[in-house]
Design a protein around this ligand. Structure first.
Ligand code: ADE
Length: 432
């Protein structure tokens, strides 16, 4: 593989490839890396490579002629070559793309700088635009180094041990299992005993399961794109039941303090269907408890009657699965009492998430909240409001406000049980 990097800072590349695996690959002649100074392809006296944008705006744009000249001079005739532009607007670099790129004979990598490059260069010469992540770097040189490193690992002979690029995280489409080396005990922490057993079959099973668990917790999106065996799916099914992160999540249906139609703070009456349907959704998605926040004693008595009917009375034998869902329900006088109970159960104060149909500033997205829940240790309490929504005082003190759910029309009048089911699915959806 021959890499030709187009940059205004060729000196940048003096060091990144002078160590370890890439240095050896160069020495063995498996890869060749050339960094070309774009300035040398500028034809004017001052060797100008950038200019002001047409139409105004801040920053400078890389001029088309030096870049075009450079690409034409460098691209190998008759070789299988690919022109890559590094840009935060590009497709995210992945293991799959790196593997694809490794099959070319030449990669020409353009290091974007300033505010970007003239659009016509993209249109005429660029085959792929690549980003290495959702952040802006001061120049494409960092991204080019990352691309070259990731691609080279797939070139036969670059890694001493041919299996290791496959064994690495992503090689199998999922994250790698935890790794340990000597000493057997470090700062009071041992290692999983199975690794000392000498039973290779069991060790392999352990590694696969740890990889699946880690991927489920940290990058569940990868599981969606990977071929899983029936054993994998069975194991994940078990794992979700016992250790699922949604096991630290609670929901509450708030009847007070909520707004009525005139934006007065009121207590609403409970709706039988809401209790049933949210309990069923909560049970399906592995939620640990469903609180009904209802301070009115008469209302509490009514709810108790309904619960009694389905859990102990005639309903229990008519529909036994309903018992399982309604077992999650606890009646509480207030949100504060609910928080106290969760703290007693979990030993930690819950983070409070509120939901509302109206968009506001500083709302958290589903993916971001999911990541927080999956990576943290704290319990989470999601509050669903009845009536015309949860009172502002509760909204203001919540830890997170979740973005409203929206369809593709301007009609947005979901029932609270409908919204709760959609939100639970977005946050805790299984992978199968
Ligand atoms: N140039 C600036 N930011 C970048 C990014 N995130 N990926 C690739 N090239 C870039």
């Amino acid at each position: 593989m021959r890499y030709d990097i187009l940059t205004i800072f060729p000196q940048f590349f003096e060091s990144p490839f002078s160590f370890g695996i890439l240095k050896k690959a160069k020495e063995k002649g498996l890869i060749e890396i050339n960094a070309h100074d774009i300035r040398t392809f500028a034809k004017d006296r001052h060797k100008t490579v950038d200019d002001k944008p047409y139409g105004g705006g801040s920053g400078m744009i890389m001029k088309p002629e030096p870049l075009g000249n450079a690409i034409e001079a460098i691209k190998l005739e008759g070789a299988k070559s690919l022109v890559v532009l590094t840009t935060p607007q590009g497709e995210r670099l992945s293991d799959g793309l790196a593997r694809e790129f490794s099959e070319y004979e030449q990669l020409v990598v353009i290091c974007g700088r300033y505010e970007g490059i003239d659009e016509r260069i993209r249109e005429i010469y660029v085959d792929k635009e690549i980003s290495i992540g959702d952040y802006v770097l001061s120049g494409g040189e960092y991204a080019a180094s990352v691309i070259i490193d990731a691609v080279s690992r797939f070139i036969p002979g670059v890694l001493g041990n041919a299996v290791s690029s496959f064994d690495d995280s992503f090689g199998k489409g999922i994250l790698e299992h935890p790794q340990y080396t000597r000493p057997e005990e470090y700062k009071g922490k041992g290692i999983p005993q199975i690794l000392l057993s000498g039973n290779h079959k069991e060790i392999e099973t352990w590694k696969r399961r740890e990889s699946l668990k880690r991927t489920f917790i940290r990058r569940p999106d990868l599981l969606d794109k990977t071929d899983l065996t029936t054993q994998d799916l069975e194991f994940l099914g078990q794992f979700k039941k016992q250790d699922s992160p949604s096991g630290r999540a609670y929901v509450a249906l708030v009847h007070y303090p909520v707004y009525n139609k005139r934006r007065e703070i009121v207590t609403t009456a409970f709706v039988n269907l809401d209790v049933h349907d949210i309990a069923r959704a909560a049970r399906t998605y592995g939620i640990k408890g469903f609180f009904l926040v209802q301070p009115v004693r008469e209302q509490q008595k009514l709810i108790e009657q309904v619960l009694w009917h389905w859990m102990e009375g005639p309903g229990a034998s008519f529909n036994p699965t309903r018992v399982e869902a309604l077992k999650l329900v606890t009646i509480k006088n207030s949100i504060d009492e609910t928080m106290k109970e969760i703290e007693e159960r979990e030993g930690l104060r819950a983070k409070v998430v509120v939901t509302d149909a109206r968009p506001r500033e500083k709302m958290i997205g589903y993916f971001e909240l999911k990541e927080k829940i999956l990576s943290g240790k704290e319990p989470y309490l999601m509050l669903f409001g009845t009536g015309w929504g949860i009172a502002g005082e509760v909204m203001d003190t919540a830890d997170y406000m979740l973005k409203p759910i929206g369809g593709v029309t301007d009609f947005n009048h979901l029932s609270v049980r409908g919204a709760a089911a959609i939100i639970l699915d977005r946050l805790f959806s299984g992978i199968t």
